[in-house]
Design a protein around this ligand. Structure first.
Ligand code: ADP
Ligand code: MG
Length: 386
């Protein structure tokens, strides 16, 4: 299937630019099982790659021109001068791949021009990281074409730098690491302090379980300012506690730490980050022990923390979680940045259809748009297709 996808995107590239691409690469979107808003606190996360991918056909150019095209966005080919790339020069979707070129060059890597044609099956704005998929596929292609020899974590860091410094979104590094480093059949246990990671077997089907993704179809873009506010609040908390990052606060010392914080908002943010970090560690222990069912209550706890302490949920996400659990799911939580986007639901395989149906029914009864529900199977990280 992937080779057919690669051939299709290559054929479109040829039609568009008049020559076959030098190669075709794919990078997946991701869904995060647990560990939310921990990645900019140097904490722990546990995402898995989705079968949905951004696919890019790419060739080098020797005239310093960057030509960018997406099958999924109207507006034709975007042309940019590589030497003139600077934050603010790229607008719209093209800022993501252009930002990667900028970040690579800023870091001293000899990247020149390129032609790129993109087609992605990652839903945009659903909290499933279509942006990271686009950045990582661009970074991987340029790394190979220009022989840069960068590692996957190095590419993920540069992709994050593109999104932070060029696009202007203050995201953490989880999404890019998941897209760049995930392995099929596994969740990625990532320590965002040093980008060390471990592939954790995540064979839910082998346990008779399923992970559903409920895309609420509420675009999360409105939350951008709120995201930056949470980030600033967490940094203020770390400063007030005298630690490098909230990751350094042990859950056992949390009551004492909270007692030292005078700002009620910062206190809530700190409590979320410290407890969610601990929930990642507990989830990993359960997965390692072959007991994924027992992770259900941790998902529910994590959702309550995001809803009540960090306050990044929304009525649709809360309803997805409540209706799934009421219909017999083992656990559920919002995933990603919140304010819309998606929830994950851990469910017995035998109950999956009934739970999905109950969530859909609850949305209809509440007058919400029909959610898109699909099963998440842990897929491969970024790779070359041809
Ligand atoms: P998410 O990463 O959760 O999907 P973001 O707001 O971070 O949401 O990123 C979405 C943006 O990424 C889109 O608005 C668009 O600019 C870019 N993007 C994603 N997929 C594509 C695509 N197939 N073609 C062009 N741009 C895309
Ligand atoms: Mg994104």
């Amino acid at each position: 299937m992937t080779s057919a996808v690669g051939a299709g995107v290559a054929a479109e590239f040829q039609e568009l630019y008049g020559a076959a691409p030098e190669g075709v690469w794919a990078a997946p979107g991701r869904v995060n099982l647990i560990g939310e808003y921990t990645d900019f606190n140097e904490g722990l996360v546990l995402p898995l790659a989705l079968p949905h991918t951004a696919v890019a056909a790419v060739s080098r150019r020797d005239d310093g021109l960057l030509r960018l095209h997406s099958r999924d966005v109207p507006g034709g080919v975007v042309r940019l001068d590589v030497a003139a790339l600077a934050p603010g020069t790229g607008t719209g979707w093209a800022a993501y791949p252009a930002g990667v070129v900028w970040a690579l060059r800023e870091a001293g890597h000899p990247v020149g021009g390129a032609d790129l044609h993109l087609a992605s099956t990652v839903p945009t704005g659903a909290g499933l990281s279509s942006s990271a998929a686009l950045e990582v596929v661009t970074a991987l292609a340029l790394n190979e074409l220009y022989g840069l020899g960068l590692t996957r974590p190095e590419l993920a860091r540069l992709a994050q730098r593109a999104e932070n410094g060029f696009v202007g979104v203050p995201c953490g590094v989880m999404d890019q690491m998941a897209s760049a480093c995930a392995a099929e059949g596994h969740a990625l246990y990532l320590d965002t302090r040093d980008l060390s990671y471990r592939q954790v077997p995540f064979d839910l089907a082998g346990h008779g379980l399923r992970l559903l993704v409920v895309d609420t179809r509420v675009e999360h873009a409105l939350g951008d300012g709120a995201y930056a506010e949470r980030r600033a609040g967490c940094e203020a908390g770390a400063r007030a506690l005298g630690v490098r990052a909230l990751r350094d606060v042990e859950v056992a010392h949390l009551p004492e730490a909270l007692g030292r914080l005078s700002d009620g908002t910062v206190r809530r943010y700190v409590r979320h980050v410290v407890t969610d970090n601990e929930r990642v560690a507990r989830t990993i222990a359960l997965l390692d022990a072959g007991d994924p069912r027992a992770a259900g209550p941790l998902l529910v706890e994590g959702h309550a923390s995001l809803r009540d302490d960090l306050r990044v949920s929304c009525p649709e996400l809360d309803l997805a979680v409540e209706s799934a659990v009421a219909a017999g799911a083992l656990g559920a939580r919002m995933t990603g940045g919140g304010f819309g986007g998606a929830a994950v639901v851990l469910v017995e395989e035998a109950d999956a259809e009934a739970v999905a149906g109950a969530v859909t029914k609850a949305f209809a009864a509440a007058g919400f748009a029909e959610p898109r529900v699909f099963a998440a199977v842990a897929a491969a990280g970024a790779r070359r297709l041809r």
